[in-house]
Design a protein around this ligand. Structure first.
Ligand SMILES: [Zn+2]
Length: 178
């Protein structure tokens, strides 16, 4: 994937070194949305689509997982990773029950934690590789991992904005209603 058809993000590996900054900036936009007390963050607009709060919890966990993956690649050659269990976490971590202000704080911290690890990579470190299993099993450089994580932030920012733009209908569904 060089360009995401859905959000228009382009994978430019020359921008990896500024990825940490882009992640922190994108997350600060999300934190503003999450701290808006007038928004309905918890309600799913469609049964199968995550609520804004659920998307944000997911992104927080992505940033924490990606940080561990980059750290693993620094001391092991080409580590391979189990899937993070993105769908299972919604229930196992109770995304819909979390406090938006707390999630905004955690998300901001996760972005800074990840950006710090990226900021400590030297020129050779960026070329270290991991076996990445999404979207297909491929060997990826840490440059790609950083740019892919920027994409995660930008894509989920779009997801959250889309959900917030949709009115919560009379037939709104909580995640546990189905
Ligand atoms: Zn995208």
């Amino acid at each position: 994937m060089d360009r995401c058809e859905e959000c228009g993000f382009e994978y430019d590996l020359s921008e990896a070194a500024t990825g940490g900054r882009a992640i922190v900036d994108g997350v600060s936009e999300l934190a503003v949305l999450l701290n808006d007390a007038t928004s309905d963050l918890r309600t799913r607009r469609e049964r199968q689509t995550w609520s804004p709060l659920e998307y944000t919890c997911h992104l927080r966990d992505v940033l924490l997982v990606q940080r561990e993956r980059v750290l693993a690649a620094r001391h092991r050659d080409r580590p391979s990773f189990d899937p993070m269990g993105r769908d299972e976490r919604v229930e196992h971590d109770g995304y819909a029950e979390q406090e938006p202000a707390a999630v905004a704080r955690q998300l901001t911290d996760a972005a800074h934690l990840f950006a710090n690890v990226l900021s400590r990579l030297g020129p050779d470190d960026w070329e270290r590789t991991v076996m990445y299993n999404y979207p297909t099993r491929s060997e990826r450089s840490l440059r790609w991992v950083a740019v892919h994580t920027v994409h995660e932030v930008r894509h989920h920012l779009l997801d959250v904005r889309r959900q917030l733009a949709q009115p919560v209908g009379a037939d709104h569904l909580s995640p546990n209603a189905g």
